[in-house]
Design a protein around this ligand. Structure first.
Ligand code: F6P
Length: 322
């Protein structure tokens, strides 16, 4: 393999730059040329290919975002868009691709492999941690650390005013961000899309619980079935007016910032493994980490989000949040 291309796609995630750096440097180590495609699949269609050499990625490991930029491409969903993208890949002599992103990115990669016959190795890069075949995705650790730092601050003001705060975090389909950050922040309750939400029951639990509590933090995943933070707050204000309720929606602050050491190391390992997988002849796989070892999962399986919340974490929450 002489020349590969790489891109980031979908929502950016802290650690993507560390991963780009690892791909470029591993490829250089194996005498493989790397082309970076900017703005994901859109850049592939628009012919935005740039040569990347090790010095281009110097000083990037600690930066959030992605130096290759990213996009959620609508045009790649069309046959016409994909045909243009494939023609550009062929024009640049691309023999293999490293795709960094989440489920949308890998769905696109599955089309690419089927229709264009170019090998693709996917690297899980999303703060959501919602892919099969890896214990952690790049960006997840940084996002949950960002959240607990903010919730610690919210706790200070909640305690001072004896308030109940509803804190909404990202995760439109998955509650993994909410669950782990909620435990880390010592939340009183965590509401996630994977489990039915009964606000009345949650409030009854609070009523039956310790009377000396001077604050309550409820972490809500944005995809929770209850209809979101405002809906929950409305119900609490109506049925439990004795609670002084406030809402804080954290939004995109969760996706930015300098990656944690864990994300940098994860990204470095996965980037290295992806290049070596292409070199070794893998044609369609996501490289992930399971029990701290590198593992490969077929791309079409990685996108099937069937991960249920870890029952051990649910139990920790139930016992410790009382
Ligand atoms: O896929 C990652 C994610 O951060 C989700 O948790 C969130 O729902 C979504 O991206 C937001 O995407 P956008 O930045 O396109 O609004």
């Amino acid at each position: 393999m002489k020349r590969i291309a790489m891109f980031t796609s979908g929502g950016d995630a802290p650690g993507m730059n560390a991963c780009i750096r690892a791909v470029v440097r591993t490829a250089a180590y194996h005498n493989i040329e790397v082309l970076g495609i900017t703005y994901g699949y859109d850049g592939m269609i628009n012919d935005e290919f740039i040569t990347l050499v090790p010095r281009d990625v110097a000083g990037t490991i600690h930066h959030g975002g992605t130096i290759l930029k990213t996009a959620r491409s609508k045009r790649f969903l069309t046959r016409e868009g994909r045909e243009t993208a494939y023609a550009n890949l062929q024009k640049h002599g691309v023999e293999g691709i490293v795709a960094i992103g989440g489920d949308g990115t890998f769905r696109g990669a599955c089309d690419l492999i089927a229709e264009c016959d170019i090998p693709v190795i996917g690297i899980p890069g999303t703060i959501d941690n919602d892919l099969e075949g890896t214990d952690f995705t790049i960006g997840y650790d940084t996002a949950i650390n960002t959240i607990i730092q903010i919730v610690d601050k919210i706790r200070d003001t909640a305690e001072s005013h004896k308030r109940l705060f509803i804190v909404e975090v990202m995760g439109k389909d998955a509650g993994l961000i909410a669950l782990r950050s909620g435990i880390g922040a010592g939340a009183e309750a965590i509401l996630i899309p994977e489990q039915p939400t009964d606000v009345s029951q949650m409030m009854e639990q609070f009523e039956k619980g310790r009377k000396d509590k001077s604050s309550y933090i409820i972490i809500v995943a944005e995809g929770d079935q209850s209809g979101g933070s405002y809906q929950i707050a409305g119900q609490i204000e109506r049925d439990f007016p004795q609670y002084d309720t406030r809402i804080s929606i954290l939004g995109h602050i969760q996706r930015g910032g300098s990656p944690t050491c864990m994300d940098r190391v994860l990204a470095s390992r996965l980037g290295l493994a992806a290049v070596e997988a292409l070199r070794d002849g893998h044609r369609s796989a996501m490289v992930g980490i399971i029990h701290w070892d590198i593992e490969f999962t077929p791309l079409d399986k990685a996108v099937k989000h069937i991960r249920q919340p870890n029952p051990h974490l649910i139990r920790v929450l139930e016992i410790l949040s009382a």
